[in-house]
Design a protein around this ligand. Structure first.
Ligand code: PMP
Length: 414
């Protein structure tokens, strides 16, 4: 084991899924970026003395780094239930992963999304993408997709590719989407499905094989690893047929003297040009391994109990109204967005910050959805002047009942 740098204000955690933090600071903003898990910190610390180039050097250090990088790739594949032949391409984050997929779409592909998606799953898609209205329930989402794909297929060339791109769990409400059912519908119509698992993967198992999905995107920094590494995992055929995402060293298998003389690599290397983010990938791989070894049911039950406490507590604070797409009982991960009657969300967030509580305020990179949900929440309560933005509290591995209760107490104090 390497040195243990976590002294001073950092509590020294002892289990792989313990997270680092600063005493006195309550982080209820896991949905934006989760704190670093012990597993990630240890993996990085242990590799630091071996720090050297990946896939490029012949020295012992480089060989070790290359092994660590490829082991991280296998760990991510295992964590996400990748099938034999699926590819894991390291990216910077989910946004980068979905942009990579958009870049690799066959020319005539139509992409179908819902209007409730995060901007990362709305904006990368080519012109002509179909944006289905926000559905009222998970069942309505499945039916709407079925109808839209039937319509899309009518009269068009049946081999024209269609990609359905949906979130696994929404970043505004934490509500879970019926991914397996949507995948079945997509495949029945000969379409593919990509899942934005940025919010789902930190909270619940995402198994590509079981869900029957084609592509999955995740962000390391929401999965208890530091910033800068994410992944696109799944079928590789479109990716292998596309030009490299970035042109350069590593993506090229052969380069001749003339400008056109280049043969691109296949597999992950094709889209990972340039020196890779070794430490980011290794940290992500380490957390994937630790989460894979953990009792996910136990983690889920613990989080759901905290979430229930948070939601019930918020409902009891006068003037607080939760945002939701589906009904209040729909399954969700540890995320709640809300508005407070007559209060500017940015001011409330700033007040919470002075009490040492970190939440997020804003429209959460899902502007069309959040604006709509704020208006709906205000209409339910009969408010005439809804706030322009919302607040979001999100929990995860390091969250405790004390954190939740401190938030509730601070909100109830005004
Ligand atoms: N999709 C969802 C559902 C998200 O919550 C986020 C992050 N807020 C993203 C995509 C984008 O993730 P990143 O910023 O790590 O690229």
């Amino acid at each position: 084991a390497g040195p243990r740098p976590w002294t001073g204000p950092f509590a020294p955690p002892v289990r792989p899924l313990d997270v680092l933090g600063v005493p006195g600071q309550i982080n209820l903003d896991y949905a934006a970026t989760a704190p670093c898990a012990r597993a990630a910190a240890d993996a990085v610390t242990e590799l630091l003395p071996w720090y050297a180039s990946v896939h490029r050097g012949a020295g012992e250090l480089s060989k070790r780094c290359t092994l660590a990088y490829e082991r991280a790739r296998r760990s991510v594949a295992g964590f996400l239930g990748a099938r034999p032949g699926d590819e894991v391409i390291f990216t910077r984050n989910t946004t980068d992963a979905l942009n990579l997929l958009a870049h690799a779409l066959p020319a005539t592909t139509t992409v179908v999304t819902f209007a409730s998606e995060h901007h990362a799953n709305l904006l990368p898609w080519p012109a002509g993408a179909v944006r289905l209205p926000v559905p009222a329930s998970p069942g309505a989402a499945v039916r709407a997709l079925d109808a839209a794909l039937r319509e899309l297929r009518r009269g068009t060339d049946p081999v024209r590719p269609v990609l359905v791109a949906v979130t696994g769990a929404g970043n505004v409400t934490g509500e879970r989407w019926p991914v397996a059912e949507l995948a079945r519908v997509a495949h029945r119509h000969g379409a593919r499905i990509a899942v934005d698992a940025a919010q789902l993967a930190p909270h619940a198992p995402v198994d590509i094989a079981t869900l029957g999905v084609d592509h999955v995107a995740v962000s390391g920094h929401k999965l208890y690893a530091p910033f800068g590494a994410g992944a696109l995992v799944g079928r590789g055929d479109w990716l292998d047929a596309a030009p490299p995402y970035l042109a350069g060293g590593g993506a090229s298998a052969y380069v001749g003297p003339a400008t056109h003389q280049v043969r691109w690599a296949s597999g992950p290397a094709r889209h990972e040009a340039g020196t890779p983010n070794l430490l980011g990938a290794v940290a992500l791989g380490a957390v994937c391994a630790a989460l894979g070894d953990a009792d996910r049911d136990e983690l889920h039950d613990r989080e759901q109990a905290l979430l229930a406490r948070l939601r019930a507590g918020l409902a009891a604070v006068p003037g607080v109204e939760e945002l939701r797409v589906f009904d209040a009982a729909a399954p969700r991960v540890g995320i709640v967005s809300f508005v407070v009657a007559g209060r500017d969300s940015a001011v409330v967030a700033a007040e919470l910050a002075t009490a040492g509580i970190g939440v997020r305020d804003g429209l959460f990179c899902a502007h069309p959805l959040t604006r709509r949900l704020i208006a709906e929440a205000a209409a339910r309560r009969g408010w005439r002047n809804p706030p322009a933005t919302a607040l979001r509290a999100s929990i995860g591995l390091g969250s405790t009942t004390e954190h939740v209760d401190r938030l509730l107490a601070a909100l109830g104090r005004r």
